[in-house]
Design a protein around this ligand. Structure first.
Ligand code: GDP
Ligand code: MG
Length: 296
């Protein structure tokens, strides 16, 4: 029979391999204490994946320096296993003097690239190199309504070429819709003026379709989110939300906040791309630099 060869079965073959092997996803959360980092990550992955606030004994026991803590969990849905690692950075931005507070975080990110590189150049290479590289850095902006702080600018300036940064406005239920929109606009403007490129970076759009899709996302960023681990009854349904003077803010209701937008973007549409940009661009930059040092 002439005609069909079967090239399109590659998709099914890839699906089977992914089902068997599972995949790694490593997400880092950065921002001052109390901005709702742990809560949001738990909301994103619907479980207690980030427990540091309890472990740290609440607000009174702040670490004296930035500590970096990675915790892994295996999450399974529809037969696909994801090894999720949440990298928390308690202490970031909590000091009186926050000069160079991006340094320990930059060091951690580069150490993961170095680990991967060591494995890659090994003669007896592992069939599958464990991937601890940070695929996404969620940067929490305080909902001040004014502007970015020097600390925010410094951090993103120093790291935007090393890791995929997704800036988000934390605890956005503390702002009115007008304040929120104004603040979002101002933050976007400031990022542009400072030359900070966040993910998805314009220069890595593959084609017009990519560009059009990502333009829409970039124009909507930074997403103003709300996190919660409490459920409320709304119209006979149990929903995650926060009770305020105006009623329950529903975390997953796109009219109430942009949590669902963020989740769809990070997990449902761009997870694979976050991994690819990390490998093909950020890791590659690191690798080229390191191999140059050695060769020269
Ligand atoms: P972290 O220190 O950044 O990890 O912050 P936590 O997740 O521990 O949250 C600190 C406090 O803020 C807790 O009391 C949370 O219930 C509260 N919180 C978390 N997310 C939100 C939010 O979106 N809006 C408001 N209003 N409070 C939040
Ligand atoms: Mg926390």
């Amino acid at each position: 029979l002439l005609g069909y060869i079967g090239i399109d079965t590659i998709i099914e073959q890839m699906r089977k391999k992914t089902m068997k092997a599972g995949f790694d996803f490593n997400i880092m959360i950065v921002g001052q204490s109390g901005l709702g980092k742990s809560t949001l990550v738990n909301t994103l992955f619907k479980s207690q994946v980030s427990r540091w606030s309890a472990a740290w004994g609440g607000e009174f026991k702040l670490p004296k320096t930035v500590e970096i803590k990675a915790v892994s969990h295996v999450i399974e849905e529809g037969g696909v296993k994801m090894k999720l690692t949440v990298i928390d950075t308690p202490g970031f931005g909590d000091q009186i003097n926050n000069d160079n507070c991006w340094e320990p975080i930059s060091k951690y990110i580069n150490e993961q690239y170095e680990k991967f590189l060591k494995e890659e150049v090994n003669i007896a290479r592992k069939k599958r190199i464990p991937d601890t590289r940070v695929h996404c850095c969620l940067y929490f902006i305080s909902p001040t309504g004014h502007s970015l702080r020097q600390l925010d600018i410094e951090f993103m300036k120093h790291l935007s070429r090393t890791v995929n940064i997704v800036p988000i406005i934390a605890k956005s239920d503390t702002m009115t819709p007008d304040e929120k929109n104004e603040f979002k606009q101002r933050v976007r403007k400031e990022l542009e003026v400072c030359g900070i490129e966040f993910y998805p970076q314009k220069e890595f759009d593959d084609d017009m379709e990519d560009k059009n899709e990502n333009d829409k996302i970039r124009e909507a960023m930074p997403f103003a989110v709300v996190g919660s681990d409490k459920e409320y009854q709304v119209n006979g349904k149990r929903v995650l939300g926060r009770k305020t003077a105006w009623g329950v803010i529903e975390v997953e209701n796109p009219i109430h906040c942009e949590f669902a937008l963020l989740r769809d973007f990070l997990i449902r549409t761009h997870l694979q791309d976050l991994k690819e940009i990390t490998h093909n661009i950020h890791y590659e930059t690191y690798r080229a630099k390191r191999l140059n040092e050695n060769g020269g």
